[in-house]
Design a protein around this ligand. Sequence first.
Ligand code: ADP
Ligand code: ASP
Ligand code: MG
Length: 424
Amino acid sequence: MALIVHKYGGTSMGSTERIRNVAKRVAKWVRAGHQLVVVPSAMSGETNRLLGLAKELAPSTQTADYARELDMIASTGEQVSVGLLSIALMAEGMESVSYTGWQVPIRTDSSFTKARIQSIDDQRVRADLESGKVVIITGFQGVDDEGNITTLGRGGSDTSAVAVAAAMKAAECLIYTDVDGVYTTDPRIVPEARRLRTVSFEEMLEMASLGSKVLQIRSVEFAGKYRVPLRVLSSFTPWDIPLDEEAKSGTLITFEEDENMEQAIVSGIAFNRDEAKITVMGVPDKPGIAFQILGPVADANIDVDVIIQNVSHDGKTDFSFTVHRNDYPRALELLKTQVAPATGATEVLGDPKICKVSIVGIGMRSHVGIASKMFRSLSEEGINIQMITTSEIKTSVVIDEKYMELAVRALHKAFDLDQPAAAA
Ligand code: ADP
Ligand code: ASP
Ligand code: MG
């Protein structure tokens, strides 16, 4: 008998029929002798609908008070899900109980809409499990020290599930979703994408941070920190497939590198459309200029991602960087009204229609020429690279948004990711 955490995403919880299927699957695991904690998301589309209602009344105002109310509203989606799933389990003859984040409690900091989990009290949950109940806990939310409801950022139910698994020292955390595992790239963009049987923790961390939304990045961080065995698998298989088969399906996130296994050089391609580019033109090329430009941006709590500074001409240079699209209007305004006058910049240009495409693979550590192969493949498609950033196991480029799908497809092919040998 083992303690297992199951997480079901929005599509998997998308209708009462699907919730019934989730209940039947969970009941199968319980009948096989396991203790189950289940962490569902809101029904698909529900979080967007709820946040949309708030925005109809007042568009985002960036204040903490406004963000607090957003969390109050958005957290209700998961509250409905846990109650429905509990009822569906009872209908299957199971004993079950549902809890919201504050009832467990799952303690977080007070960063509304992007709170971080600080601790989880496992007492209540353990007592219920011991008494034979299935425990269902809302994904995506917690409570801060003042008793305010917080949420963990979009896609945050993954993080709730892994954090609960870590706190409970669960034998495994199974992330059930609408695809049957982690693919070489988003199968919605490249139909030839292949499922990876295993993916290393480091690669998964990069893929999640670079935009693959199959797992929220913080869930991967938690899994790494607490060594939570983590598997991504489909909730759309028939619920009554043999448990042994189901338990081995999908993609396992691995922590040890298997030395016997030939590592694919590039394991996956990630992309995101969440960033925007800002260029500050004609600033004096002198020590401290990067700080003069980016200091006020950081003070405004705006994260900067890719940065480049051009060679200087006549003592002047151009400086470009990317920010999240949500922060773009604020960043542009700040640069135009404060930074440009203070630094003597000639112009501030903005471009929200960019995207970032990245190749990821731990095999890149031991191979040269991977980045140049990426650049060649993009140039053959006539795609202009605006910015480049690299690390040991990834190379990212910023390009025009309209070429995103073309770039992902071309790179997928160039690195043979559609070939069986490439996928471990
Ligand atoms: P859930 O609601 O279950 O949390 P998400 O929509 O958050 O599901 O994540 C699953 C989706 O992630 C898939 O439908 C797929 O389109 C997308 N995705 C992006 N990159 C990948 C990838 N590399 N492998 C698998 N799915 C991916
Ligand atoms: N319901 C939340 C969202 O849509 C959390 C999640 O689905 O993981 O972002
Ligand atoms: Mg998700």
